[in-house]
Unconditional design. Structure first.
Length: 481
C-alpha cells in the first residue's frame, strides 16, 4: 500500500466531502484502515492549523506582522469568538488519535503508534489550553465512546499536571528499535529516537511554562531531564526539528501559498517595525528571510527594508514611509507551496536550556546553549551566519534572561502561537502596542471561547468562565505571572 497515495486520497475527501458509491473496487485503497493511513491526515490538518494560527493570530498579537491597508481586529487587540474556531477545532483531531489507539489495541499496528498519537494529543491539548485557559480535558474526545457531548472544563493547572504525566508515560512507551509496520510518519519517517527527543523537548517547554507556579517541582524535573540526556534525550540539531514538510503538490501544499490564501491578504501583510528595526540594528540576516525589500528598492543595487509600526490609523498606515511601495512585506518564502509548518525546533530547546542554566535549574553552560540557539535558528532559516554576530553589543550573552527571551522571540517566527505564549509567560520582548489598540495597551492573555460552546455546552461554559474571572481576553492563564 502506497502511504502517500492513501494520504492524498484522504485529503481529497476532506476537501470534497466524499464521493458517489461505485460498483468496482479500487485495489490501491485499503479495505481496512490502519494507523499508517490515519496518521498523515492528522499531521497535515494540525500543520495547517498551526500555520493559519501564526498568520492570523500570533503574528499580529506579538508584532511580527501587521496589515497596512486596513484595520485587523487582532492587531488592535479586539478579539472575538470568531477568532477562536480554528484552534478550538483541534479537538476534532482527538477522534482520529482515539481511532489510532483502538487500532493498536485491536492488534493493528505496533505500540509505537500509541506513543506517537499520545504525544500529538498532548501537543494539541497544550495548544488549546494555552489559548483559552480552562478547557475540556478529562472528558474531551469521548462523545463517540461514552456519549459525552457536554464535557466539563478542567482547570488549567489540572490539565498541565495531567499532560506532563502523559508525556512521561508516552516517551517511556517508545521502542526506539522498532519500526512502524504501516508507515505514515511524515515528520520523522519512523525514527522513534527523534520522537523520543520531541516528547522530552515538549515536556521541557511545558515545565518551563509552569515553573513560576510550581517552582520546586518543575525546576527539579527540568534539572533531571537536562542532566540525564541518555534517559531524557532532547532535540540536538535541526535534523531533530518537528516540522511538517509539505510535498508541494496539491492539496499537500503550504496553506499560505497562492492557491489557498487571497493574494490581497498576503500582499498587504507587512513585517513589523519592531522586527525589521531590531534585525537591521543587529545586522541579522534572518531579516532577508522574514521580509522582502520594499517594492521601490527590490531591483536596485541597494535594497531597503522598512517595517510598519503596528496598529496605526488606516490612512497613516497606508501612507507610512511614502506608501505601500516603500514598506516591506512578509517574505516570499511564505508563499511557496513547500514551505514547512513549524511545530517545534531545536533552537527553542537551546533557549530553554539557556534559561534553565541561567536560573540555576541545572549546571549547564547558559552562554553555550544561547549561542547554539542563535546559530541553529540562522541555520534553519537558511540565513548566512558570522560569529561576529554573537559579539554584537545587543546580542552578546550577558548572564541575564532578557537577551535569551529576545533571541528566542526571533527564533519562534511562524511557530504556531508559541511566541504569544512566551510573551505572556515572560513579558518579553518589551513590545509597545499601537495607538489604535482597544485594550488599554495590554496584549490579550487569551482568546474567548467560540460561540458554539456558549450554545451547545452552556452550563460547562458558564461555570468555567466564572472560575476564570470572565470569558474575556484579559483573563490570565494559570501559569502567567
Amino acid at each position: 500500500m502506497n502511504i502517500k497515495i492513501a494520504f492524498i486520497c484522504g485529503i481529497i475527501l476532506l476537501f470534497t466531502g466524499g464521493c458517489q458509491k461505485i460498483d468496482n473496487t479500487n485495489p490501491n485503497v485499503p479495505s481496512k484502515v490502519n494507523p499508517g493511513v490515519v496518521l498523515p491526515q492528522v499531521m497535515y490538518s494540525i500543520s495547517n492549523t498551526l500555520t493559519h494560527s501564526a498568520f492570523e493570530i500570533n503574528n499580529e498579537l506579538i508584532q511580527y506582522t501587521c496589515m497596512n491597508n486596513t484595520f485587523t481586529e487582532v492587531q488592535r487587540f479586539k478579539l472575538q469568538p470568531s477568532n477562536s474556531n480554528q484552534l478550538w477545532n483541534l479537538y476534532n483531531r482527538l477522534r482520529d488519535l482515539n481511532d489510532i489507539n483502538r487500532m493498536v489495541e485491536n492488534g493493528t499496528g505496533h505500540s509505537n503508534y500509541r506513543a506517537i498519537s499520545g504525544l500529538i494529543r498532548v501537543f494539541i491539548l497544550s495548544m488549546i489550553t494555552d489559548t483559552f485557559g480552562h478547557v475540556p480535558y478529562t472528558e474531551a474526545g469521548k462523545a463517540a465512546t461514552d456519549n459525552t457531548f457536554t464535557p466539563k472544563y478542567d482547570s488549567q493547572e489540572d490539565i498541565y499536571l495531567g499532560l506532563i504525566e502523559e508525556i512521561l508515560q508516552y516517551t517511556q512507551l517508545i521502542d526506539v528499535n522498532a519500526t512502524l509496520d504501516f508507515g505514515g510518519d511524515l515528520i520523522y519517517g519512523g525514527d522513534m529516537m527523534k520522537w523520543k527527543k520531541f516528547g522530552n523537548s515538549l515536556l521541557l517547554r511545558m515545565l518551563m511554562r509552569t515553573v513560576e507556579k510550581q517552582t520546586s517541582k518543575s525546576s527539579e524535573l527540568i534539572g533531571l531531564i537536562l542532566s540525564d540526556p541518555a534517559q531524557y534525550p532532547v532535540m540536538e540539531g535541526n535534523g531533530d526539528n518537528f516540522i511538517y514538510r509539505y510535498s508541494g503538490s496539491f492539496p499537500d501544499v503550504f496553506p499560505l501559498a497562492p492557491s489557498f490564501v487571497r493574494d490581497f491578504d498576503f500582499k498587504y501583510k507587512s513585517v513589523s517595525a519592531f522586527v525589521v528595526d531590531s534585525l537591521t540594528k543587529f545586522g541579522d540576516t534572518r531579516l532577508f528571510q522574514f521580509a522582502r525589500p520594499t517594492n521601490a528598492s527590490a531591483n536596485t543595487a541597494f535594497p531597503v527594508y522598512v517595517g510598519l509600526p503596528n496598529a496605526l490609523p488606516v490612512t497613516e498606515s497606508a501612507n507610512y514611509n511614502g506608501g505601500y511601495n516603500f514598506q516591506s512585506y512578509l517574505g516570499t518564502r511564505f508563499q511557496t507551496d513547500d514551505e514547512p509548518a513549524i511545530w517545534m525546533t531545536c533552537a527553542e530547546v537551546f533557549f530553554l536550556k539557556a534559561e534553565a542554566a541561567a536560573r540555576g535549574f541545572y549546571t549547564g553552560d547558559a552562554k553555550q546553549s544561547y549561542d547554539e540557539g542563535i546559530k541553529s535558528s540562522f541555520d534553519y532559516w537558511g540565513a548566512p551566519f558570522e560569529t561576529d554576530y554573537l559579539a554584537h553589543p545587543s546580542v552578546a550573552y550577558d548572564g541575564g534572561l532578557e537577551k535569551i527571551y529576545l533571541q528566542k522571540y526571533f527564533s519562534l517566527f511562524f511557530t504556531g502561537i508559541e511566541a504569544w505564549c512566551e510573551y505572556r509567560r515572560t513579558g518579553h520582548p518589551r513590545l509597545v502596542p499601537g495607538p489604535t489598540n482597544v485594550n488599554d495597551g495590554k496584549i490579550p492573555s487569551r482568546l474567548p471561547y467560540p460561540i458554539s460552546e456558549q450554545s451547545l455546552n452552556q452550563q460547562q461554559y458558564q461555570e468555567a468562565s466564572q472560575r476564570m474571572g470572565g470569558d474575556n481576553m484579559n483573563s490570565k492563564m494559570w501559569w502567567q505571572k
